[in-house]
Design a protein around this ligand. Structure first.
Ligand SMILES: [Zn+2]
Length: 585
């Protein structure tokens, strides 16, 4: 995507990050920074900071960070070009005309249009003789109304290798487009055929109403039973939720989280228009944050079987972290919400919803399930597990209430329970503190990026590489000393690439800042780099520090690369630096 560099430079110069963030988060000045409650994770004491001098934000709690464009992308859930557009409007700047070379945007547009046509095709198929099986499944087996099928744009596709390919060719789309949209696949023999065959089709619609992907359930015994679009330039499964486009307009004041699209659709049909589902993936932290933007309360309504229970256990802390109130539905007499509604109807589900347990009750119930309290030995084990859980609750009131309940269940006095909880809590707090201290003292661990793809292969070199980035961002003139250092010498690909980009900016006389690179880095990379920049760096001895950093990077690179000349590469490089130091090179 090509938004001219000059335009971005002017935009970031005109949109002061402190002003922009202040529209979302009340900030208070303390030291050289502004502080506020992080909008990206739930917290009671501020760990979200804005540095006006670096034009960056960083949260010490959830480690999100970046510049003004990243902030808008994150908080408004926008793509890079859309975030730029929004800021441009705010700054009263005219967006540059869509250039000839704007391939990316045109591609996106084309794929969205293709998906829309495909959804229309699938929907129309439902009412043709070729798809009676699909129609029967939705209307009869699942009992969906005509209105529900239209509301969700459901469809079907008959058996065959190229039903969609041929239909879309009539609309002017090539096989290449279908491949890019994830609607077709290339076989081992090179032949291209429809990804979805003999299936009922569920379009996935984003918050703007665009069809970004599909889920398909097989008709008959084929495998896999459920098939979803792969991630494409328009679809990212860990950032989109099925039916959130509808649920966010619900007046019910909560969002119900289900495991599959059929559960979500039957809940909507029964009047619970606040249901959503994650598609082809377990709930991710991104999903949790997305939900937290539209509701205060999430109700987990997963299947009652083993996998459903463990998925719920994993989802609870993720949702809690975003500050959402989390409740868990315990289905009785049915395996999933769809079956429950069919068997017992709307009112029964409403009652279930009202009785849904908060997450503490839910977790306590799971512990209780594991032990037979009539057996003394098991009773002791139950108490141990219950004490660990109760002690971990942050609120003293909760500890009191649930502690008393556990005591009653196990037939011991509330005081005895209380004492156990207090001891365990002290131990937990001490353990957490120690763990934190150990972490703070281990720079190698602390410095490792969170995402596996970015993991440092050579921590010693990577620390020096981080130092170089910190220094040049604080003092751009230092680039003059860096003419010999190349991105290829960096051990970390992400740090090397960032260095290369900044160096180009410097050569072209453009803005040198991390925010200016927003469009060229992923949000995860931006978070990591913002974290690096937040570590202290002293400019007083910047030239010496820089020289040391360069030496480490070059030495490590030479060792890594080896040297075929027979001469000891380490000796050679050491001599080079001794000479430089002697003559002040
Ligand atoms: Zn945060």
């Amino acid at each position: 995507m090509a938004i001219p560099a000059q335009f971005l430079d002017e935009l970031t110069a005109r949109c002061d990050i402190a002003d922009v963030v202040a529209d979302y988060v009340p900030l208070q000045r303390k030291g050289g920074r502004l502080w506020g409650l992080c909008p990206f994770h739930g917290e009671k004491t501020p760990s979200f900071s804005v540095s006006p001098d670096r034009q960056m934000y960083y949260c010490f709690g959830c480690h999100k960070g970046g510049g003004v464009i990243s902030f808008i992308m994150e908080i408004e859930n926008l793509t890079f070009p859309d975030a730029v557009r929004m800021l441009a409007q705010r700054a009263g700047m005219e967006m540059p005309e869509e250039g000839e070379d704007d391939d990316f945007r045109r591609k996106r547009k084309r794929l969205l249009a293709l998906n829309k046509e495909a959804a229309r095709f699938f929907h129309a198929q439902l009412f043709t003789p070729a798809c009676t099986a699909g129609a029967r499944y939705l209307f009869e087996t699942r009992g969906l109304s005509r209105g529900t099928v239209t509301r969700f744009g459901l469809g079907a596709v008959p058996d065959g290798w190229d039903n969609l390919i041929r239909a879309m060719a009539d609309q002017g789309y090539e096989k290449r487009d279908l491949l890019d949209a994830g609607l077709a696949v290339r076989g081992q023999n090179g032949r291209i055929y429809d990804r979805f065959r003999n299936r009922v089709m569920f379009p996935i619609i984003d918050l703007r109403g665009d069809v970004i992907g599909f889920g398909g359930r097989v008709l008959g015994d084929g495998t896999p039973k459920y098939l979803n679009s792969p991630d494409t330039v328009i679809y990212n499964k860990s950032r989109n939720l099925f039916a959130l486009n509808l649920a966010r307009k619900s007046k019910l004041g909560r969002i119900i989280l289900t495991e599959g699209y059929m559960d979500t659709i039957s809940l909507h049909q029964a009047g619970f228009d606040c249901a959503v589902a994650s598609l082809g993936t377990a709930l991710t932290p991104d999903h949790a944050q997305l939900l937290a933007r539209y509701t205060k309360e999430a109700v987990i309504a997963y299947d009652g079987d083993g996998p459903g229970v463990s998925a719920a256990q994993r989802a609870i802390p993720m949702l809690e972290k975003t500050g959402l109130k989390v409740r868990v539905l315990r289905m009785k007499g049915a395996k999933d919400p769809d079956e429950f509604i069919k068997k017992y109807g709307h009112d029964a589900f409403q009652r279930l919803l009202e009785q849904s347990e908060n997450h503490v009750e839910y977790r306590l119930g799971r512990i209780l399930d594991q032990y037979d309290l009539k057996d003394d030995a098991q009773k002791v084990e139950f108490l141990q597990a219950a004490v660990e859980l109760v002690a971990s609750l942050p609120s003293p009131v909760e500890r009191e209430v649930y502690g008393a309940r556990c005591a009653e269940m196990a037939g011991i006095t509330a005081e005895a329970m209380n004492q156990e909880v207090r001891h365990t809590r002290l131990r937990q707090v001490r353990r957490a503190k120690k763990r934190q201290e150990r972490k703070d003292l281990t720079p190698a661990v602390q410095l490792q990026p969170g995402t596996r793809e970015m993991r440092y292969a050579n921590v010693r070199s990577a620390r020096a590489e981080e130092g170089i980035l910190r220094l040049v961002l604080l003092d751009h003139t230092l680039f003059q000393k860096l003419s010999e250092l190349t991105p290829e010498q960096f051990s970390s690909p992400i740090l090397g690439r960032t260095f290369g980009l900044l160096k180009e900016h410097w050569k072209d006389g453009r803005t040198i800042s991390l925010p200016a690179l927003t469009g060229e880095l992923t949000p995860e990379e931006m978070n990591h780099l913002a974290g690096i920049l937040n570590q202290p760096e002293n400019l007083a001895n910047s030239e010496t520090a820089l020289r040391d950093y360069i030496e480490i990077v070059e030495t490590e690179h030479t060792i890594q690369a080896g040297n075929g000349s027979g001469e000891d590469p380490l000796m050679a490089i050491r001599e080079k630096y001794q000479e430089k130091k002697r003559y002040g090179g």
